[in-house]
Ligand binder design. Structure first.
Ligand code: NI
Length: 249
């Protein structure tokens, strides 16, 4: 069930049978010469929607702008600074928790979001901790590449040249979902350099075409489809375990 294609009364009915919701979250940022700008929000959205086809689960609209300050020297990137991102996550959670959702799973597609999502969770929990009240809800961060079995599959598919940004696995997922948007380039060098992440101009100087340690030319739609199917199955299990987690009185 997709929240944005449901009515408020359908959501109210859903809450009678489940208190869990999945929020795909990512970033709109450059992904090398051939990667779609939406790659990091498209991947969790694609996986969540695939999972939803066979399971009674509710998928929130995708939180599609994240913490991508280091990519701002490439056209098309849109970023929130960490403090804005943390504040916005807080308002999403308070909106959903107020309706009665007690298990909110953020399915993340951008490594650069992790620190801020974790900080957002701590800010939110602090609201109740300082007043010694129970929050009444639990938050969970799952990176799609960490879903059970996905990392192993990606390492089998791409034993070298996976890298950490504009990776062949994430490019493959978008190729599977949008086969008419596949782009090609002559990558030079085939495997991009690696290094630290600092500010936007430093990033562009270190990684001139936007890739980090990766060879996106290894991506194929077929490999992307394998990743999506496996990730979707793992997400269903992950959500079920989270929804059924017992909370001490
Ligand atoms: Ni990415």
């Amino acid at each position: 069930m997709l929240l944005h294609l449901s009515t408020w009364s359908e959501v109210a009915q859903f809450l009678q049978r489940s208190r869990a919701i999945v929020v795909p979250i990512g970033s709109n940022e450059q992904h090398g010469p051939t990667g779609l700008l939406g790659t990091d929000w498209l991947c969790p959205e694609i996986i969540a929607r695939e999972a939803e086809k066979d399971a009674d689960m509710l998928i929130a609209p995708t939180f599609n702008i994240g913490m991508a300050q280091h990519h701002l020297a490439f056209p098309g990137t849109i970023s929130l600074r960490p403090s804005t991102f943390i504040a916005a996550i807080g308002d999403w959670v308070r909106s959903l928790a107020g309706h009665g959702f007690t298990r909110i799973l953020f399915l993340n597609g951008h490594g650069g979001n992790i620190a801020s999502i974790e900080a957002a969770f701590s800010e939110i929990y602090a609201d109740s901790s300082f007043t010694r009240e129970r929050a009444g809800f639990a938050l969970k961060l799952c990176n799609w590449w960490d879903l059970e079995g996905v990392g192993e599959l990606a390492r089998t598919q791409f034993p070298e040249g996976h890298g950490t940004h504009a990776t062949p696995s994430e490019i493959a997922v978008t190729q599977w979902a949008f086969p008419d948007r596949i782009k090609t380039a002559d990558y030079a060098p085939p495997i991009a350099p690696s290094g630290p992440i600092r500010d936007a101009l430093d990033f562009r100087a270190r990684f001139p075409d936007g890739r980090m340690g990766s060879n996106p030319g290894l991506a194929t739609p077929e490999k992307g489809g394998e990743l999506v199917k496996l990730a979707a199955q793992s997400l269903v299990r992950e959500l079920a375990a989270f929804a059924n987690e017992s909370v001490p009185a």
